[in-house]
Design a protein around this ligand. Structure first.
Ligand code: NDP
Length: 401
């Protein structure tokens, strides 16, 4: 077996580390060409020493220089690159077959697009890339001859329940009537509404079932994550939000379901461990060891389902509305959400103020046709500017917005 060359964008994050764990269990199948991070010099240094990639990229230029100095003594053959150009380069190298797109947020868009343009097999964890510019991204995948495989556990489950010939982006299979997108409901599903304003970042990041990065943990707590996933599902499975039903399933054992026209519902089950969807994408259409504990269905005992409460989770409603509005609305939604979540994590914004920042930004900027990448990136920039003014005025209420 010739090993596949792989670039891991976001190697130091939660998905990146899990990807390296799965690769470590199947070393004959993969050759690590490049590892990337933002500014975690220590984390990427340790990974470089252990996995010996050809390239290491730090998005932050100062961090890249520090890494270069440290690697001189430990692994001098590794070429250290910096900045967005470095990220895009390692996403498109000839020796790379497969790109794990696991940078968090809009920063992951350009390298993921570059992987699509260069016809790579893209393992997509960075859902924000599809939310920001789904139409352009799917076109780039098609035009570049890339293969797009969903890492997000729900979308990976849906993919596994699709007809065997289905590949994301190839159109909606006629025999499918609905997608049932499951959600745990996060840590505050049952918290009295009047207690939500005082939620701390630590409480929001303590997800009951999944161990994830901080941004997606907050998104799960507000259910914006599910909203982003509705949009992601619409692009991957060529459907509309009206055919993506969000179902709260607190145990996180069923990772999503597909309803067929004949009344059948297919579900994918497993322990909540991202190594399963990562291994599925890495090996597809084969199966490999992921190191995940076998599901003990008897000890789980019961599976519960309920409808989401949109009054408790306004971010889910905002995402559904942004999908309906089309154009640049979901890019604006995503950018405002990133700013609001950052501000919440920095202690500048209350948890319950997050949806207000997003809604006000959406209504201030309106919707434009997402005709080019420049239009989308401009909407993203304007949304960040406006949302930061709102955050500023929320943290200093004496200054008018
Ligand atoms: P983490 O925050 O754990 O990791 C993010 C990674 O991206 C790190 O390697 C980080 O580097 C890097 N990064 C951050 N900012 C930048 C930037 N500006 N430029 C370049 N690299 C950057 O995130 P997760 O692993 O949790 O999530 C990654 C993506 O996967 C997200 O889009 C998330 O929605 C998605 N996802 C995650 C799941 C999970 O279980 N964690 C499940 C499903 C989807 P550094 O360490 O240096 O900061």
């Amino acid at each position: 077996m010739t090993p596949q060359g792989i670039t891991i964008l976001g190697a130091t994050g939660s998905i990146g580390v899990s990807t390296l764990d799965v690769i470590g269990r199947n070393p004959q199948r993969y050759r690590i060409v490049a590892l990337t991070a933002n500014d975690d010099v220590d984390g990427l240094f340790k990974q470089c020493v252990r996995y010996q990639p050809q390239y290491a990229v730090m998005a932050d230029a100062n961090a890249a220089e520090q890494l270069r100095q440290r690697l001189l003594g430990a692994a001098p053959d590794i070429e250290v690159l910096a900045g967005p150009e470095g990220l895009q380069r390692v996403a498109s190298l000839d020796e790379v077959d497969c790109v794990m797109a696991a940078i968090v947020g809009a920063a992951g868009l350009m390298p993921a697009l570059e992987a699509a343009r260069s016809g790579k097999r893209i393992l997509l964890a960075n859902k924000e890339a599809l939310v920001i510019s789904g139409a352009l991204f799917m076109k780039q995948v098609h035009d570049g001859g890339a293969v797009l495989l969903p890492v997000d556990s729900e979308h990976n489950a849906i993919f596994q329940c699709m007809p065997p010939s289905f590949v994301p982006g190839a159109g909606h299979p006629d025999e499918i009537s609905n997608i049932l997108l499951t959600a745990s409901g996060g840590p505050f599903r049952l918290t009295p509404l009047e207690q939500l304003a005082g939620i701390t970042p630590e409480q929001a990041c303590a997800h009951p079932n999944w161990d994830m990065g901080r941004k997606i943990s907050v998104d799960s707590a507000t259910m914006m994550n599910k909203g982003l996933e509705v949009i992601e599902a619409c692009w991957l499975f060529s459907t509309d939000a009206a055919h993506v039903q969000v179902v709260i399933h607190p145990q996180s054992v069923i990772h999503s379901m597909v309803q067929y026209r004949d009344g059948s519902v297919l579900a994918q089950l497993g322990n909540p461990d991202m190594r399963t969807p990562i291994a599925h994408c890495l090996a597809w259409p084969e199966r490999i060891d992921a190191g995940v504990q076998a599901l003990d269905i008897v000890s789980i005992g019961r599976l519960d389902f309920e409808a989401p409460d949109l009054a408790r989770f306004p971010c889910l409603r905002l995402a559904q509305e942004a999908w309906q509005a089309g154009g640049t609305a979901s890019a604006v939604l995503n950018a405002a959400n990133e700013m609001a979540v950052d501000a919440f994590l920095d202690g500048q914004l209350e948890f319950t103020a997050i949806p207000g920042v997003i809604e006000a930004t959406l209504s201030h900027l309106g919707v434009q046709e997402a005709s080019t990448l420049d239009v989308v990136l401009d909407a993203d920039r304007q949304a960040r500017e406006y949302a930061s003014i709102l955050v500023e005025s929320a943290s200093h209420p004496e200054v008018p917005a």
